[in-house]
Design a protein around this ligand. Sequence first.
Ligand SMILES: *Cc1c(COP(=O)(O)O)cnc(C)c1O
Length: 426
Amino acid sequence: MAQPLVSWERAKNVMPGGVSSPVRAFGAVGGDPVIIASGRGSRVFDESGGEFIDLLGSWGPLILGHAHPKVVEAVKKAAEKGTSFGAPTDGEVRLAEMITGALPSVEMVRFVSSGTEATMSALRLARAATGRTKVVKFAGGYHGHVDSLLVSAGSGVATLGLPDSPGVTDATSKDTIVAGYNSIDSVKEAFSSFPDQIAAVIVEPIAANMGVVPPVSGFLEGLRQICDEDRSILIFDEVVTGFRVGYSGAQGMFGISPDLTVMGKVIGGGLPIGAYGGRRELMEMVAPAGPVYQAGTLSGNPLSVAAGLAALEQLGNGDPYGTLDSLGRLLSDGLQAEAKNAGVPLTVQRVGSMMTAFFTDMEVFDLEGAKTSDTDGFARFFHQLLDGGVYWPPSQFEAAFVCLAHDDDDIARVIETASKAFERIG
Ligand SMILES: *Cc1c(COP(=O)(O)O)cnc(C)c1O
């Protein structure tokens, strides 16, 4: 086999941990990461010619699979016309219209370059709109590496946040209150502890960053009601779920209207993007329409917008979400059955095309539940799959994604490989 063009040692010499984002380094499962050379459809290929069925999907954006011809064509065309102008373009208006058309709660949208930027900006707007400082987030909820959101205390009880990372000051994190996912009581407690001080509640309407944890019935409704009563801003972080669980995101699926919505991933068709949007009177507070400053040299980048438009066009035709749901069900049912046969405790939690196979025998409702998973068992599972040509996300607490490029044969091969893995683990 050919040697990779660049070795992992060289990567680690010049980049912290050898990567541009921590989860890529296989820290949670051990071993050296695969250095990717290319991707096509449902597959990725490494530099030595190894081929993998990809269930990472670049951590969410690639709902059409790798190098989808329509997306590639759109990006090529856009690149030939110039890659950035720092001035308004047609494409960004059309993408904004597509997004506002798909999400009834979003009347106006501002494009940024990442999900992190979008959540950071949405918080600024919420604080400006309410004149308050505190924010409620949930244990196990991830909203990018925004200072004030890099906080996650024990679940269940609302507590004042302590920072997760050095470099985040106590002054920043003290305005973050951590509540338990799926626990309306912990949110009520936060609001009664800090009346008229909470600017916003930010929530993943379907949690995806402690593994996939759907909201229990009444949870999102409860958040909506509490925010209405206290005149706080409800922010749905739909960076993962937007255009992933349905064309109108999780808010369409559950019929709940947030005040602000944060997006990213799928809306960029695999290129860098983020966006936040919501009701007109809130969004018109954003500069230059209003006083809340927020800007970006490459925001609304023509290549990202072109890729996003091409992707959303595909998702707006036919029944892609029905197809994704069938593929997702096939995979989750198969994994669940094979684990049972092998006597491996496993709980597969899935919404449409996103799922997590928790190595625990209990249903997971929050971070505490997720932590009952056998992470060593998961690490062995992950490496067995990788050896068998299946690229599963390298962490127990992440979502695996099926995409429209997967077919029944791909799924059957994943299940077969997983079956062998379960037998070895069990
Ligand atoms: C990925 C993610 C983000 C951050 O987006 P980036 O583009 O990585 O900055 C925010 N929120 C959620 C729910 C995410 O999954």
